[in-house]
Design a binder for this molecule. Sequence first.
Ligand code: WAQ
Ligand code: MG
Length: 274
Amino acid sequence: MCDKEDDIKPDLKNSLWSVRMRASKTAKSKEQRAESSKANHNEIHISGAEGLYKYSEIDRIAREYFLRAMNHPKDKPDKVVITVEEVKGKPVMIPLLQVSTDQCNSPDEARSLIRKLLSDSGISEKAIRNGLKVVTGKRVMHGASLILNRSALRAEPDRKRGVRVTRMGIERAAEERLERRLAKEGINTTTVREALILASKVASCEGVIAELCISDDPHYTTGYVASKGLGYLRIANIKRKGNSAGGRVFFIKENSDVKRISEYLERTPVIVGI
Ligand code: WAQ
Ligand code: MG
C-alpha cells in the first residue's frame, strides 16, 4: 500500500504518473499468428487501459487495471504488462467535450447517422467507408487508425498496432462534476468516463477532424462520434450484441504532419480541467 497522503514526501506528492496496462495472449494457430503483431512476439491484443494519476492513486489503479485485464469479457490473457512512469513537464490543460446521446434503434440506423455526421464534418465518402471498415473489421488493433480525410489513405505508422492514445487524465474537481452530471443520466461508468477523456484529448489534437469509436467488448453496443464541433456524441445500438469487432479511427486533415499527431496523442501529457 502507498503511504497515507500526508506521509508522502512533497516531491512525490506533487508528481504525476502515467499508469498503463496492456493484456495479451500468445498466438497459437497459424491464423492467430497472422493476426498478431510480429514486432510484439506474436501477441494478440486483448485489452488495455491508461491514465494520468497522482502518486497516492497508483496502487489502487494498478490493482484495478490488473483485475480488469484478468476479467475481460473477450479472453483470458497470458501476459499483463503494467507500466508506471513519472511524467516530466507540465501537462497541457484541455476542455472536456460535451456529452449527448442519440438513441439509434439499429446498427443500420447508426451507420446512416455516422455517415451524415462525418460527411457534414468534411470527411470524404471514401474515407468514411474505410473508417467503417476498420471499426467493424474482425482484426482488433491495440490502437487507432489514422485516416486522411480526402484520399482515405491509412497513415498510422504501424497498421497492426495503430496509434495508442495515452497520458491523459482529469482534475479531481472536474471529475467530481462530471460524475454528478453523468449519474443524472444513469451513465456514470468507468467505460464512459475513460472514453470521454480519451476523446477530449483526441479532439484537442491539431489536425484531427473527428473520431469514430466502437467498443471491441461483445456486450457493449454504444459507440460514439466525437469532434470539437460535435462534442462527444454517443450512439446507441452501433453494433449487435455478441459482436466482438470494434476499433477507433481518427480522421485527419489530408496534409497533416502524422509524426506530430502521433507524438501528441501517444506522448504529450494532457489534463482535462474545469
Ligand atoms: N488509443 C487508441 N485506440 C484505442 C485506445 C487508446 N488508448 N484504447 C482502445 N483503442 C481502440 C482499440 O482498437 C480497441 O479495440 C478499440 O479502440 C475499442 O476499445 O459513452 O470501450 O476499450 O457509452 O473496447 C465507448 C463508450 C467505449 C461509449 C469504447 O473501447 C459510451 C471502448 P475499447
Ligand atoms: Mg475493450
